[in-house]
Design a protein around this ligand. Structure first.
Ligand code: 5GP
Ligand code: ZN
Length: 113
């Protein structure tokens, strides 16, 4: 599979792993936009939110739960953080494998777009 995040999930491309279990992997973004910038991905290839199936919704809940735990572990939970999922070209999605951004550790922009 020619997908960079599938290769990271398979351990074929090294990454700075923050958490993993059978379903998800969390690793530090290579070009961090905040002191804490972690990507939470499903290990299974799902191209985008747009292609998420009804029975895959619990996976999103799991990804959010992991991001919340990591926010605490990384020490940003109290001051605040942002979870974001970009979807499609105009949504700013560059890597076509579903991923949740956890951003924190600085005052984030008031605007989302
Ligand atoms: P998107 O714009 O698709 O929502 O976000 C993709 C993110 O993946 C970007 O923040 C980018 O820096 C990150 N990224 C792209 N390639 C790699 C990589 O090979 N390793 C890591 N750790 N992050 C990557
Ligand atoms: Zn993939």
């Amino acid at each position: 599979m020619d997908c960079i995040f599938c290769q990271i999930a398979a351990g074929e491309i090294p990454s700075d792993i923050a958490y993993q279990d059978e379903e998800v992997l969390a690793f530090r973004d290579i070009k961090p936009q905040a002191p804490v910038h972690i990507l939470v991905i499903p290990k299974k290839h799902i191209p985008s939110l747009d292609q998420l199936k009804e029975d895959e919704l619990p996976l999103i809940a799991h990804m959010i739960a992991i991001a919340n735990k990591l926010a605490k572990k990384e020490g940003v939970a109290q001051k605040g953080y942002r979870l974001a999922i970009n979807c499609g070209q105009e949504g700013g999605q560059l890597v076509p494998h579903l991923h949740l951004h956890l951003l924190g550790g600085r005052r984030l922009s008031d605007t989302l777009g």
